[in-house]
Design a protein around this ligand. Structure first.
Ligand SMILES: [Zn+2]
Length: 244
């Protein structure tokens, strides 16, 4: 392939631009701000999950409280009725009276055991209430951290994106002036090894950093200026730029 020397030389600038563009892409993909955002996001989701588990446990405990309270009420009503019966003096049969007393004794024990359970469940509810308040405070704090982290990430990304857009515009301008077969060769080579072209620096290829042998160097030296030379090691377009 043939290409005027200035065309070949401009590939060096293109290589530099592409290096900068891939550094920007690498920075965007490995942003510490993104990492921070991901960490806070994970912590926030974990706290929100814990909070919703506590809410479910609280609903469950509320149901237990209501159930125990209505049982306590039912037993109390039964006791009141039995006591009323006993105090009314309407029962004179001693067997019936002793049955009533026995039932009252049973009801009192039942009442006491239900009240113990109710107390336990209410203590548990109190604990869960305080857990919920603590977890809610954690979620609120993490929500705010997340908003801060998101903003920091967006600012960093916007900064990178601005640099990328500027370099991409310069690149488009530059490639518009390149002959299409030379550009296509550069792009193919860049896609295959990551570097499309390299300057010949002494005996070394600027793309793969390998020193070329004497025979190869003699062949390159003998080639006309507009001949497009490829590195025999990495296949990159070798740029002969005076002053190298
Ligand atoms: Zn090379």
């Amino acid at each position: 392939m043939k290409a005027e020397a200035w065309q070949q030389h401009s590939l060096l600038k293109l290589t530099e631009l592409d290096t900068e563009l891939s550094q920007l892409a690498h920075r965007a993909a490995h942003l510490p701000e993104q990492q921070r955002y991901d960490e806070v996001h994970a912590a926030q989701r974990a706290a929100a999950d814990r909070l919703s588990a506590i809410r479910i446990a609280l609903e469950d405990i509320e149901a237990q409280v209501s159930k125990l309270e209505s049982e306590v009420n039912a037993v109390r009503q039964r006791e009141d009725r039995d006591r009323g019966l006993m105090n009314s003096g309407s029962i004179s049969d001693s067997k019936q009276l002793s049955e009533l007393q026995h039932e009252l004794g049973t009801l009192e024990r039942r009442q006491s055991s239900l009240e113990d359970s109710l107390l336990e469940v209410m203590e548990r509810r109190e604990q869960l209430d305080s857990d919920r308040a603590a977890e809610q405070a954690a979620v609120d704090g993490l929500d705010s951290d997340l908003a801060t982290a998101q903003q920091a990430r967006d600012v960093a990304l916007a900064d990178i994106e601005q640099g990328r857009a500027e370099q991409a515009a310069r690149r488009a301008e530059m490639t518009a002036n390149l002959q299409s077969d030379l550009l296509a060769l550069y792009e193919r080579q860049r896609a295959s090894t990551g570097v499309g072209a390299g300057r010949l620096q002494g005996r070394r290829c600027g793309a793969c950093r390998i020193e070329l042998d004497r025979g190869e160097l003699a062949r390159i030296a003998a080639a006309p200026e507009d001949e497009v030379i490829r590195c025999s090691e990495c296949q990159a377009i070798l740029l002969r730029i005076p002053g190298a």
